[in-house]
Design a protein around this ligand. Structure first.
Ligand code: HEC
Ligand code: HEC
Length: 418
């Protein structure tokens, strides 16, 4: 979407100044509990999958498996229908809402914004059959109840102590899991607190460290290589990438400034083709935002069909493959798509398995309705511009400071996050 930039370079400067002097926050007890839960594979059917399995810190908080477009579940024969996005910086997505001023939906979690808060999001995976696959909430809470460091087979944290300390909840009061019985009192509260703790952990500096080369360059402590600098120019100029992947600071509700998120959390249809290599076969058309029953009911004209959330580009170099269905294998490929989607011929029936895919042809958009043809699709980058964009996107990977023995950048003011 083209929109005027609300904030100017002057504000960017102020933001850098504001970033100085704010001490890096330590994890609260609730966030520490959330951390234990986030990495605990005992919270899945086959004791083999945690949140981190699909959102691994060293893989940019996305799925480390770059060979599959979607993620394998705890049940190894089952797969989800979408590519796992990074869980980093997701905390900055505002509540899902309709913005009357721009006429756009904004915010929410997931590619289609269907849940509002991180806690609400985190309550899904443990009982999702294609993810952690436990049968119901009580069975998850039961895993918490019995978790013990001394368990010879599946050792885990002492959640009895943690839930008592953080929420004053007594896990020992909950009876052992029995699917034949009605859910006993207390179970849902424990489950909701579990999800809340995970959500709070996702708001911590572990997920939002603002420690990329880009951040150090903007703070005046590093410099772009000439190629990276050319990439930034293309990103802002010919590529118009920043019309959606916004690279200016934004105003937090408390008046503070948040460094660029590389998304405006809106939705768009960039014309991603169907991915023929989905494990389990190509499903029905994925209409993203417009595929949600509530949105379809509000908008029978279909104005949201095929639109997916503009994802943040922070850590993007680590989260291949790309787009909601993972059809693009490399950054160069998706950039080439932005440049030549409407210039190359249409691939044959094999779609992305056509030998010409991404070089001489692109398959047609899975949902051509609402496809953005004004801002992208025929940008026609030359090889240097493509390489420069890739180099620039690589500067968005966190951890640059540590690698280069630079002092940590003070964290920016955090907005009240959903
Ligand atoms: C089997 C892999 C898998 C597991 C396990 C998993 N996720 Fe996800 N996650 C995904 C996929 C796939 C999506 C995108 C789904 C969609 O948009 O419809 C996603 C989306 C998200 C998002 C939304 C990010 C955004 O910017 O919209 C967050 C946050 C998240 N997951 C956190 C978690 C947490 C917390 C857990 C553990 C409780 C978890 N995930 C477990 C695969 C997984
Ligand atoms: C009109 C808005 C818009 C513009 C302009 C735009 N993008 Fe995007 N971008 C999106 C949307 C929406 C998605 C998610 C699309 C999907 O998965 O269906 C996306 C996805 C991406 C992804 C993959 C994200 C992921 O997590 O897999 C990358 C990389 C990316 N864009 C880079 C760029 C670059 C580089 C440019 C400039 C050449 C650009 N974008 C211009 C809206 C835009």
């Amino acid at each position: 979407m083209v929109r005027t930039r609300a904030l100017t370079c002057a504000i960017a400067l102020v933001s850098v100044l504001l970033m100085v002097g704010v001490a890096a926050a330590q994890l609260t007890p609730e966030q520490k509990l959330g951390k234990l839960l986030y990495f605990d594979s005992n919270l899945s059917k086959n004791f083999n999958q945690s949140c981190a399995s699909c959102h691994l810190p060293t893989a940019g908080f996305a799925d480390p498996d770059q060979n599959l477009p979607v993620s394998q579940g705890s049940d190894l024969t089952l797969f989800g229908g979408r590519n796992a996005p990074s869980a980093a910086y997701a905390a900055f997505s505002p509540f899902f809402h309709w913005d009357a001023a721009t006429g756009l939906y904004v915010g929410g979690q997931f590619w289609d914004g269907r849940v509002n808060s991180l806690a609400e999001q985190a309550s899904g995976p443990p009982t999702n059959p294609v993810e952690m696959a436990l049968p119901d909430k009580w069975s998850v809470v039961d895993r918490l109840r019995v978790s013990s460091k001394t368990d010879p087979v599946h050792p885990g944290p002492n959640y009895q102590g943690w839930f008592k300390q953080v929420y004053n909840l007594d896990l020992t009061a909950i009876p052992p899991y029995d699917p034949a019985l009605p859910v006993p009192p207390g179970v849902l509260e424990v489950y909701d607190r579990m999800a809340k703790a995970i959500g709070e952990f996702e708001k911590s500096k572990n997920f939002t460290s603002f420690s990329s080369k880009y951040d150090y360059v903007k703070a005046g402590l590093a410099t772009f290589t000439p190629l990276e600098a050319r990439g930034e120019s293309v990103f802002q100029g010919k590529g118009k990438c920043n019309a959606c992947h916004v690279d200016t600071p934004t105003l937090a509700p408390d008046g503070g400034l948040i460094p660029p998120m590389f998304t405006d959390f809106t939705y768009d249809n960039i014309g991603v083709p169907a991915n023929q290599n989905m494990p389990g076969g190509v499903g029905p058309v994925d209409n993203g935002l417009g595929g949600r029953a509530d949105i379809a009911a509000k908008d029978p004209s279909g104005a949201q069909l095929g639109k997916f959330k503009v994802m943040s580009l922070r850590n993007i170099a680590k989260t291949a493959p790309y787009s909601h269905n993972g059809i693009f294998l490399t950054l160069q490929q998706i950039i080439h798509f932005y440049g030549t989607r409407d210039l190359l011929s249409v691939c044959g029936a094999a779609g992305n398995n056509d030998p010409g895919f991404a070089t001489t042809c692109w398959p047609a958009a899975e949902q051509p309705t609402n496809m953005n043809v004004t801002e992208l699709g025929s940008l026609n980058f030359n090889a240097d511009q493509e390489a420069a964009l890739v180099a620039f996107l690589r500067t968005l990977t966190d951890g640059y400071g540590r690698k280069n023995n630079l002092p940590p950048l003070p964290l920016p003011p955090f907005p009240p996050m959903p």
